[in-house]
Design a protein around this ligand. Structure first.
Ligand SMILES: Cc1cc2nc3c(=O)[nH]c(=O)nc-3n(C[C@H](O)[C@H](O)[C@H](O)COP(=O)(O)O)c2cc1C
Length: 359
């Protein structure tokens, strides 16, 4: 099979392949989906300021995150329920990410265990995303398994005390076979719109501080959208933050990660490593994120499209497309080392938003 050429092509191919329920779950956002659309549009409102006649014969895409070098800055965002996209689920995702030298952040709502993911791609770099469930014993056991099996950080998701109102999911009425997919959390079927009932809405900065002090791994807080919360994250012992609005799936009308990133990077200074996600679909989007202060980006839906279209190979292909596009973008922007990018490479674009990424 020939795989699609761009992430946009992958999105279309996945939409043809997926059943209506999983497709609504993967592609939808909250409310009127203003934030969902804005996530992609905001990167497109930024223009690149290219420099010429720079020797770009040697390019270096590497970045340093939590003190460790990564060959490139494109990471896999945590997303739930990969077996809805492909029978091999997270195991295929982990293998595809490892084949593309990409760090994979596994979700707490995975349809396989942290141990199995580690064994599927032993050489791959991996982080673990933590939801603190009402049944805190389940979360504790997940963290213990992550610590034991080579996960390098815990990413505490802070923007889902309750589930956003997602009307595509409500309309689809889709329910997962929880007894099969997440047996430790629920027996029988579970409507996607009821996932929030599993999660403990009392989670607070004191919990972050306790994890940071006690879990033995660096902790990042995912879902930070203001400089004030970035400062609190640092004050409570976090090593990093992921600037994220959960892919537009939680509070609609929140601004895009691209808009929040500069103030958060400034507030973080050298106290926190800053990552960003939401709407990253092109190598130029990655370049812009790094120029605005991120050390790496996370990619959510496109990885699911890759998984749905081609399993492990599809995941690998999506990540390699982005990486190759970033390489060309760096050369043409005249910044051969990704780590040298700064605000001089970007400016607000004068054109109006550009075309939406998905129809
Ligand atoms: C289908 C789906 C499931 C997700 N599940 C999780 C999750 O389990 N934990 C989490 O922290 N974020 C989750 N997210 C949010 C992603 O980590 C990420 O913030 C978002 O997808 C980035 O935007 P993008 O999809 O535009 O790249 C999910 C996103 C999607 C689309």
């Amino acid at each position: 099979v020939t795989l699609p050429l761009t992430l946009s092509d992958f999105a279309r191919a996945a939409a043809e392949r997926l059943d209506a329920g999983p497709l609504a779950y993967y592609s939808g956002g909250a409310g009127d989906e203003l934030t969902l659309r804005e996530n992609e549009a905001a990167w497109r409102r930024i223009a690149v300021r290219p420099r010429v006649l720079v020797d770009v014969s040697q390019r270096d895409l590497s970045t340093t995150v939590l003190g460790r070098e990564c060959p490139h800055p494109i990471f896999v965002a945590p997303t739930a329920f990969h077996r809805l996209a492909h029978s091999e689920g997270e195991l295929a995702t982990a293998r595809g990410a490892a084949a593309a030298d990409a760090l994979y952040c596994m979700s707490s709502l995975a349809t396989t265990s942290p141990v199995a993911v580690a064994e599927a791609a032993p050489a791959g770099r991996r982080w673990f995303q933590l939801y603190v469930f009402k049944d805190r014993g389940v979360s504790d056991a997940l963290v213990d398994a992550a610590v034991e099996h080579g996960y390098e950080a815990i990413v505490v998701t802070a923007d889902l005390p309750v589930l956003g109102v997602r009307e595509r999911e409500l309309r689809s009425g889709y329910a997962i076979d929880a007894a099969e997919l997440i047996p430790d959390l629920h027996s029988g079927d579970l409507a996607l719109t009821d996932i929030g009932t599993l999660i403990d809405p009392s989670l607070s900065w004191e919990d972050v501080e306790r994890f940071a002090a006690g879990c033995g791994l660096p902790v990042l807080v995912k879902g930070v959208m203001t400089a004030d919360d970035a400062v609190l994250a640092a004050d409570h012992g976090a090593a990093g933050v992921v600037v994220s609005n959960h892919g537009g799936r939680q509070l609609d009308t929140v601004r895009a990660g691209a808009e929040a990133l500069p103030e958060i990077a400034e507030a973080a200074g050298d106290r926190l490593d800053v990552l960003v996600d939401g709407g990253i679909r092109r190598g130029t989007d990655v370049l812009k994120a790094l120029a605005l202060g991120a050390r790496a980006v996370m990619v959510g839906r496109p990885v699911l499209w890759g998984l749905a279209v081609g399993g492990e190979d599809g995941v690998r292909s999506v990540l390699e497309i982005l990486r190759a596009e970033l390489d060309v973008a760096l050369a043409l922007a005249g910044v051969p080392r990704a780590a040298d990018l700064d605000g001089a490479s970007v400016e607000p674009a004068r054109w109006a938003g550009g075309v939406p990424f998905t129809a």
